[in-house]
Ligand binder design. Sequence first.
Ligand SMILES: [Fe+2]
Ligand SMILES: [Fe+2]
Length: 294
Amino acid sequence: MTANVTAVNDRPTAFWLRLLEQRRARMYDEQLDLSVPITWDSPEEQQAAIRFFNAAFRAEESGLRQAHDIADEVASWDPELAQTLRLYGDEEGWHRELLTKFIAYLGGDIRPMGPTTGTFYKLYARAKRHETIVLTNLMFETIGATTYRLALRSAKSHPAVRQMLTILTRDESFHVPLNVHFLRRILEHGDPRALHRLRPLYHLLTAALMASAAASRRRAKPFDNIPFKTLARAYAEHLGRLFMHAEDFGLKPSRALLATVGLRRSDLMGEDDVLSVQAAERAADRTQVVVSAL
Ligand SMILES: [Fe+2]
Ligand SMILES: [Fe+2]
């Protein structure tokens, strides 16, 4: 790891806790403006939008529960980290509230998960080791931030859709480096072999998440208009970039997998403006929207 990356990325828990407290002070004042009704181009577009935000809702729900569960256990060895996890979980809870309102506004409701997604979340909910939960969550946050950012460019252009996607992009971008911090602290505290055990999971999840882009295209593309190749490549790029910039984890993306979407490791080395800690710091001030720089 270069000195610069360490200096930027490895902030103490107090730094993250302070940012979360600043964000909480403003969080509940931010309201969705749902005053302008949406005119859909087709019923397929509307249904795809409902499915897109249902997937987001499930991710929020899962993030909230896992963060609060871990917080209760972490409290015994690091109360400050536990409080940081709680405030992070509360942000996901706030997203869940916003999405509940937003999905109703789209003319939909919260739907039961499909069999594939349901199995995935059930397996995830059974994970017991903290490092497994946090790595999985970190990778979910990364693909969430990536999907929302791409959707902002190509999804239906409507002020309420833009506002919802902007909030999610901004906050999930903040959650990525925050979860890197959680993973570092949990690995420092726990079994030294834990990092070694994470490696196969990282590779498996990267491949599974790239494959999930195909399933999500069938369900959500009429709304977000993101082609499969663009999404799968963006997932590979950002899941890879994340760990190329946090070399201490030793989780390098597979060359073979990157090659399937036309990427090389060297393509991932440049500055990552969207998922960086600097972006997270900007996102701490909710009036400064990260996506404005896209
Ligand atoms: Fe969220
Ligand atoms: Fe998040």
